[in-house]
Design a protein around this ligand. Structure first.
Ligand code: ADP
Ligand code: ADP
Length: 224
């Protein structure tokens, strides 16, 4: 039973067809790796599936709701409550402490500061970076910053986590630790992951692969 279904997605930037009829599905709790060469359309596919970029044609349906049929306000609310995001560079707010960064999605959802920071503290501990709570992102290492970003993506209890090259800026040891924590916490909470990567080592954590070439996606069952 898929939670997220993208069908025949097309998106053109000036002359470039970034997506040329791409389709993919994501099952509940499933970890799907999106692979393919640089420029093949992986990020654009992720952005369309997450309702960040509107495709020119095709549909994305999340739990029976067609994203393009929703108002901007409803779509943002859905992104905030049901989805989590991790990018290559953490995109933490530099002026806030790591604790405040993790608490931010809960604060935006209307939760009181004390409650939000209590949850944020638990998530920092789960990601084994409690020591970063009072530091700003600029004062922590790249690996620690990505763990904080993962904590921030998970703190709202998302059903789908969108991760675009989440370990792309890390060395292999830190990358492996971040992936392990991301996968373990997702499995514990039942969140699905759409994982864009060009690294087979990272894709090896997935349940299934989707290969994108020239803006078209092909589903591949993993042969373990
Ligand atoms: P990948 O993630 O596989 O590297 P992208 O989805 O980032 O691929 O890009 C697919 C194609 O679309 C590339 O040719 C890229 O240059 C182009 N593209 C992506 N985003 C934009 C944009 N915002 N403006 C113009 N071209 C873009
Ligand atoms: P990745 O594919 O690893 O996510 P990119 O460097 O391809 O990273 O893209 C980073 C951002 O720049 C994305 O938001 C993408 O949409 C945008 N982008 C990519 N290619 C172009 C382009 N040719 N012109 C403008 N924006 C682009």
């Amino acid at each position: 039973e898929p939670v997220l279904v993208g069908t025949d997605l097309r998106k053109t930037y000036s002359q470039t067809a970034a997506l040329d009829g791409a389709s993919m599905t994501v099952g509940a709790g499933e970890i799907v790796a999106v692979m393919g060469p640089s420029g093949s359309g992986k990020s654009t596919l992720l952005h369309c599936m997450a309702g960040i970029v509107a495709p020119e044609s095709g549909t994305v349906v999340y739990n029976g709701q067609t994203l393009s049929a929703m108002s901007d306000k409803d779509r943002s609310a859905l992104r905030r409550t049901e989805f989590g995001f991790v990018f290559q560079f953490g995109q933490l707010v530099p002026e806030l402490t790591c604790l405040e960064n993790v608490a931010l999605p809960l604060r935006l959802g209307g939760l009181a500061r004390a409650k939000a920071e209590e949850s944020a503290r638990e998530w920092l501990a789960r990601l084994e970076v409690d020591g970063t709570a009072d530091k700003r992102p600029g004062e922590v290492s790249g690996g620690q910053g990505q763990r904080v970003a993962v904590a921030r993506a998970l703190v709202t209890g998302p059903k789908v986590i969108f991760a675009d090259e989440p370990t792309g800026a890390l060395d292999s040891l830190n990358g492996e630790q971040v992936m392990r924590l991301l996968i373990d916490t997702a499995k514990e909470t039942g969140a699905a992951i759409v994982l864009v990567t060009h690294e087979p080592r990272v894709a090896a954590y997935s349940d299934r692969e989707v290969i994108v070439r020239d803006g078209r996606a092909r589903q591949v069952e993993m042969v373990q």
